[in-house]
Design a protein around this ligand. Sequence first.
Ligand code: ADP
Length: 480
Amino acid sequence: NLISNATKFTLKGEVSLLVTVGDNEITVAVSDTGLGIPIKDQATIFDEFHQSTRTATRGYGGMGLGLAITRRLVEMHGGKINCISSGEEGDGTTFYFTLPVYRGESAKESDEMDNASKEDQLLLLSPNLAQAQPLSEYLEQQGYSVHLLDVGAHTQNLEQALLAPYRAIVICDDPSATWIQDALSVLRSQPGKQDVPILFYHLWVEENQGSFLDLNLVSKPMRPDSLLNVLKQRGLTESDPGRPNRTVLVVDDEAEIRELHAQMIEQHVPNCQVIQACNGRQGLERMKDVRPDLILLDLLMPEMDGFGMLEAMQSHTTLRAVPVIIMTSQVLSEDTLLRLNRCVTSVLSKGLFSIQETVQQIESSLARDKRPGSEPQRIARRTMAYIHTHYAEAISRSDIANHIGANERYLTHCFRQEVGITPMEYLNRYRVKVARKMLETEQKSITEIGLEVGFTSSAHFSRVFHQYMGTSPREYQRTN
Ligand code: ADP
């Protein structure tokens, strides 16, 4: 508005813009060599519907709102606005405003500002650039700015790269790769970086398959290496004399499991106190005295189960943010998925999706359109759970829809939106995945296996298997 006014009221000469950055404020000045503003008008020029007598008598139009709005905006940002003019006609005018500078007074504040400006910046880490390239290109097409770092060649740059603010970090490798543990502990030890989302993404290019992991679910009992991974991810394994004791709460009704996990943690985490509870109620009780840095939580327990504890934690401001790793020994049932739905947003799937689909899952996870508890997500999860338990039967789309209580087309719509493929396609892939395992490990005939995983005939089984695997079940059995 200032520039537009300056050019409007300046017939000859020039208009200039000057920005000066001081210690505490920035000053922006717009100067012109135009009409100038009579001294008596200078006090009212910023008021709404005011015009200077000089421009009014010359037939310049306008509502007299621009400067009032400009002043409001500047003041809302904590700045001031004013003008300087000798008042002589033709002497010109300078309008200037100041804005306060916020400078690293609080690291968090400036971090947040950085993060906001780099909202769509992603760090993509991969030991194999060729493999990560398609994902990088895809994400760039989606409007993200991607920093792709070859961790194989530039491990020394990794630490530096992790210091920069990123919206999310996508790791293109197996989560158990050793470099990842180092990267994660560097990252998690940075103040303010504990919450940067980290997504794992892994491709098997030969098989045109990918996996995507964004869920804190592990199987129980945890293997020492996966527990160690989790502890490292949380930055719990480094000894840091400046840090007070850490606390991990293990909640499980089986004493042996508790003991096993407690021992493993004590072995790997310096200065760590492990507290144990045998059910959710006791877990909550223990947390009254000390807020743990991490909770390993079993789901099925008497008195108050893991869900009950999670729910209670959700309504508690200080406990809500404690990281929880859910340990489960069972295949997740529909009920389990539904209940977890409220607490976790992520999807775990391995070997069932093509590269393109995996990439899309990453993208939508980044775009955060998978809100926890949304109806499409709920429907998709129930459908998945239904397929996981009923795949061996001759199920149709209408069976699933009936079970879920949704219209068939709506079901497909929701599932597609969340998972990227139709429920029936998912069913076929799931069957093929189970069949592969059986072909690899069991001495059964092709027909038997086909029927056992839910295909109605061996011909149908072979056709679908070929479609996904590019080879017949017989050939697959022979070569694996
Ligand atoms: P509008 O909303 O009508 O464009 P503004 O609120 O921006 O009006 O400006 C109000 C009045 O202030 C203008 O009508 C003009 O009289 C005076 N004014 C603003 N900028 C200048 C300038 N650079 N030189 C001379 N007069 C100016």
